[in-house]
Design a protein around this ligand. Structure first.
Ligand code: SAM
Ligand code: SF4
Length: 357
């Protein structure tokens, strides 16, 4: 596919999808020649945990019930976005599995033919009970967040979470047939950096992809994250001490997004590094984010959002919604500015659970 060069406008192009099983479709290309085909949707800002690096101690002042997008509104936005070139959707939150009806909502996405990939990010607490239904609803790829393998520490980081629930959830996901199962771990200085090797060793005998994600400075908890950030180079070096890290497929693959992928020599699983701070992947960022309160955000780390809920509820038609999505893409910045030398520069006021990570 020939992408247009960076210019001043968003372009839509008829293209031939490769591998999507379709003859033709639409691609939406932004000002910096990025093909925007991925929408992450936060279905709720509520959560059954309060991870110290994500939420303030007292929890969030929640978005009012009426201000949360209804499922039919989310579905409508996804349909319109799919008509413009979105092919991948990730359901996230807050904790998506705490929102009633989420499995049925996910199943309803199968009625949007352009969406060829639906995935979910969860903290895993409710996964054991939901895994079969989620699989039947069409989710085959799942990311489970897990920041400690020590029950006490897990409870401390999450302010009360039970590790065994997550481990049972992951086990159940494996039995049900989810593949891949990715384990998201945010490495935090002085908190879980002593567990890096243990997380890496998980991949020796299990087919998981353990992904180390760099800590980012968002929301109210963002300020506290300053000073706790660890660059992925440090983590890679630590893991290198327990075995050889072989790059997998030149370090990246379809569906691995911005992760750089390695395998520990002899390992059944993989290790991924997602480095939004130390090696940002803005040049190839293909994402939009729909927040739980109905705003479209073109960059996780920049507080610039397009209100979709207001116009939607005021009766805006599909072409109007399409126009707003196009405008949001037009405003997608070339890159974020969370530069890190000694620490993080706090840039984003919106809370992570509302945006969806
Ligand atoms: N509750 C679900 C979960 O924890 O998987 C989904 C939402 S959570 C906001 C999505 C991801 O964002 C999780 O993997 C979490 O660890 C990550 N996250 C939250 N705050 C972060 C921060 N400040 N920096 C980096 N990652 C963060
Ligand atoms: Fe909840 Fe996920 Fe944030 Fe933890 S990281 S508080 S589980 S939204």
């Amino acid at each position: 596919m020939n992408l247009p060069r960076a210019g001043n406008c968003v372009r839509e192009k008829r293209i031939r999808f490769s591998g999507a099983g379709k003859d033709s479709g639409v691609a939406i290309i932004d000002r910096y020649a990025r093909n925007i085909n991925y929408l992450r949707v936060s279905v709720t800002d509520r959560c059954n945990l309060r991870c110290a690096y994500c939420m303030p101690k007292e929890g969030l002042s929640r978005i009012g019930h009426d201000d949360i997008l209804r499922y039919e509104e989310i579905l409508r936005i996804i349909r319109v976005a799919a008509g413009m070139g979105i092919t991948k959707v990730r359901i996230t939150g807050g904790e998506p599995l705490v929102r009633r009806g989420v499995v049925e909502f996910i199943a309803s996405l199968r009625a949007v033919p352009e969406i060829t990939d639906i995935s979910l990010t969860t903290n895993g607490i409710l996964l054991e009970d939901c895994a079969e239904a989620l699989f039947a609803a069409g989710i085959k790829r799942i990311n489970v967040s897990l920041d400690s393998l020590n029950a006490e520490k897990y409870a401390r980081i999450t302010r009360g979470g039970e590790l065994r629930n997550v481990l049972r959830g992951i086990q159940k996901a494996r039995e049900v047939g989810f593949s891949p199962i990715k384990i998201n771990t945010v490495a935090i200085k002085g908190v879980n950096d002593d567990e890096i090797a243990e997380f890496a060793r998980l991949t020796l005998s299990n087919p998981y992809q353990v992904r180390f994600i760099e800590l980012m400075p968002l929301g109210t908890a963002g300020g506290e994250n300053n000073g706790r950030y660890l660059a992925n180079d440090f983590i890679r070096e630590r893991i290198g001490q327990i075995g050889r890290l072989d790059p997998v497929n030149g370090n990246s693959r379809k569906n691995d997004g911005p992760a750089q992928i390695y395998r520990l020599a002899g390992g059944a699983g993989e290790i991924g590094f997602i480095s939004p701070v130390s090696r940002h992947f803005c040049d190839s960022c293909n994402r939009l984010r729909l927040t739980a309160d109905g705003f479209l955000r073109s960059c996780l780390l920049v507080d610039d959002e397009m209100d979709l809920k207001g116009p939607l509820r005021a009766g805006c038609g599909d072409s109007g919604i399409e126009d707003l999505i196009r405008q949001a893409i037009l405003r997608k910045p070339r890159q974020h500015e969370v530069i890190c030398e000694e620490g993080l520069v706090k840039k984003c006021m919106k809370e992570m659970p509302a945006i969806g990570g």
